[in-house]
Design a binder for this molecule. Structure first.
Ligand code: TXA
Ligand code: MG
Length: 318
């Protein structure tokens, strides 16, 4: 299959409305979208990514008017979160509208919903006839794509169209809050921190880490994720890497350690998040075998970075 790269939201939306799948930019990471009313199109997403069939997709909307097409009831906690954080890097889990296909939600009675803030994403979604289900636009298990070239590297020949936009400004996937339970629960950390969520809905519970392995509430959390081919070695703040190999790289916030040629020194946690996945991919292209990753402080977006780093490193243990 030929993969076209376009900057036209109209062209990209036409593919969606014809039952095809399209990668598109958002402020978190690029998504791989399909019309939620087309089971055939949704199946193409799973096939192109090699995604396990029990891992549900997030539905993307362009305005709050589309909520009723996707969700069946909206509890007060969700209303407050939506009011404060939509559009933006937040996904809320709600009971689904019975019309929403089981393929979108992988058989769950709930559905994840997000309204991206990115103007290109919004314009694209406005031109799509129905809401658009979209996981991150990467081969399953690989780092999420934060620019169109990463999408193209992973999915060329497997999807007909990439909507080209700028690099995703946040660089990590959305914060996910399950509002179908009481009290609501944080399922995935992201740019919107637990502290800011609790400023709006104080009773939100943090997710528990052992649920990664024991039937997690968010099915995707049990799969390996975010992994480059290189081995990931985590370094707590201030600790230099223990062993250095010639073919290694370093990403972190503090000073560059000696003896490592390829480094990404970030000014703050926000820049770390922005650069992380593209650095992983760059290291793979350059044949780096070990990436040392400094663990950022465990607050704000630092918690989301730590979560992604820990899961990227887990694959090494297998
Ligand atoms: O920022 C993002 O969220 C990006 C952009 C494209 O919107 N999307 C994204 O999708 O990261 P994906 O599929 O890579 O991650 C979605 C996560 C998965 O772990 C999935 O299991 C979980 O959301 N999820 C989706 N629907 C769910 C539901 N109904 N209940 C619990 N977890 C759900
Ligand atoms: Mg993903």
């Amino acid at each position: 299959m030929q993969t076209i790269v376009t900057q036209s939201v109209g062209v990209a939306a036409t593919w969606i409305n014809r039952g095809e799948i399209v990668a598109f930019p958002t402020e978190t990471v690029y998504g791989l979208g399909a019309d939620i009313t087309s089971d055939a199109a949704i199946e193409k997403i799973y096939a192109a990514k090699g995604r396990p069939p029990d891992n549900p997709l997030i539905v993307h909307i362009h305005s709050l008017h589309q909520l009723q097409e996707v969700a069946s009831d909206i509890p007060r906690s969700a209303e407050s979160l939506i009011h404060h954080f939509f559009p933006g890097p937040l996904t809320v889990i709600l009971n689904k509208n019975p019309e929403v296909s089981q393929l979108v939600t992988a058989g769950l009675p709930t559905v994840g919903i997000r309204l991206p803030a990115h103007p290109v994403a919004q314009e694209f979604l406005r031109r799509c006839t129905h809401p658009v289900a979209a996981p991150s636009a990467n081969i399953s298990g690989r780092p999420s794509s934060t620019d169109w070239k990463a999408v193209y590297d992973d999915l060329k020949g497997k999807i007909p169209c990439v909507l080209k936009g700028p690099q995703s400004t946040i660089g990590l996937e959305s914060t996910i809050v399950d509002c179908s339970v009481h009290p609501p629960r944080l399922l995935r950390s992201g740019a919107i921190s637990l502290e800011s969520l609790r400023n709006v809905v104080p009773q939100i519970r943090a997710g528990s880490s052992n649920e990664k392995t024991h039937s997690p509430k968010s099915p995707g959390l049990k799969y390996p994720h975010y992994s480059p081919s290189a081995q990931i070695i985590l370094c707590e703040e201030g600790y230099p890497p223990i062993e250095r190999e010639t073919n290694s790289a370093w990403i972190g916030i503090s000073q560059q350690p000696e003896g490592i040629a390829k480094t990404a020194i970030c000014k703050n946690p926000e820049e770390y998040a922005f650069r992380l996945f593209s650095f992983f991919r760059e290291c793979d292209r350059e044949g780096i075998s070990v990436i040392f990753c400094e663990m950022p402080p465990a607050d704000g977006i630092g918690l989301a970075i730590r979560d992604r780093l820990q899961r990227a490193a887990e694959r090494n243990d297998k």
